[in-house]
Design a protein around this ligand. Sequence first.
Ligand SMILES: Nc1ncnc2c1ncn2[C@@H]1O[C@H](COP(=O)(O)OP(=O)(O)OP(=O)(O)O)[C@@H](O)[C@H]1O
Ligand SMILES: [Mg+2]
Length: 313
Amino acid sequence: MAKSLFFGGKGGVGKTSCATAYALSCADAGWNTLLVSTDPAHNLADLFGRQPGPTPTRMRPGLDVVELDPDHETKRYLDQVKANIKPMVSGERSAAVFRQLDLARHAPGTEEAALFDALVGLLLDTGQHYDRLIFDTAPGGHTVRLLALPEIMGAWVDGLMQRRHKVRSDYKAWLGDGEVVDDPIQEALMRRRGRLAAAREHLTCPAHSAMVLVANPERLPALETARTRDLLEANGLHVSAVVINKCLPTTVDSQWLANWREEQRPWIEQLETSFADRLCIRIEHQPHAPASVEDLRPLYDALGELSPWHTHA
Ligand SMILES: Nc1ncnc2c1ncn2[C@@H]1O[C@H](COP(=O)(O)OP(=O)(O)OP(=O)(O)O)[C@@H](O)[C@H]1O
Ligand SMILES: [Mg+2]
């Protein structure tokens, strides 16, 4: 199974740039790599100069890219739900159930569930064809919620299974024949629970999954990054490094920039102190915003020291 790495952090700190630079370095090291964007506001096309698709698209030797499109994933997810329940509901009722599902498309949480389903599919199915899965995640809490979902959804499916079990035993007692009947709903729930458990196991195994937090040397990102790390780790995920991106170089040539650099200094120190027990990588502010994969070279070089996954002794 592929090893997965998630790049997370606040908006605009450099997640996409770092995830892309690291994915390029994995591909150059000979790993068959898939770079995944789970951010609804994608911008990988700008860096690669052409649009990747909603399914993995080869962009460079050894590197495929996929942008998960929330609309596409939601439609696929609801179509799959419909296919699953079709054999379980009778003809005249299915039209009403399907109408309900079409309405659910815009309900809160549906898109998140669909993206989560796609993430599980990438980890468990598509991931089989790759050595490395590099995730460029959406800003902020979205990632934490998405990664914590196997646990939450697992508990939810367990609850449904218990209720289903009770319905079946009541039904059997009522019929009085004690016959065990095939229950397609129970089977579908069992399958789903199995996949959630496998995804959770993958996400919490430090040899297979890790997270890198990207921050800028400013007050809010510095404070929030430590909190995000704690939240992720409380959910059993492993944060292996922090990238402090956009640090002004020591060679800046004006007083104005030198002042700004001095303002960054305490936040760099704060981040390095609170992440003292793991790898801290500083990346300099570049003279131009990287606009192509070639421009990512300094990030590529800096991220070379990253070895995010624990190796078993
Ligand atoms: N080290 C750097 N030096 C200069 N500019 C940078 C650096 N890293 C990233 N940038 C620029 O900062 C902007 C934000 O970077 P990027 O898109 O990688 O961040 P992000 O965290 O993915 O943002 P979002 O939260 O919007 O997805 C981009 O214009 C990018 O080119
Ligand atoms: Mg981004």
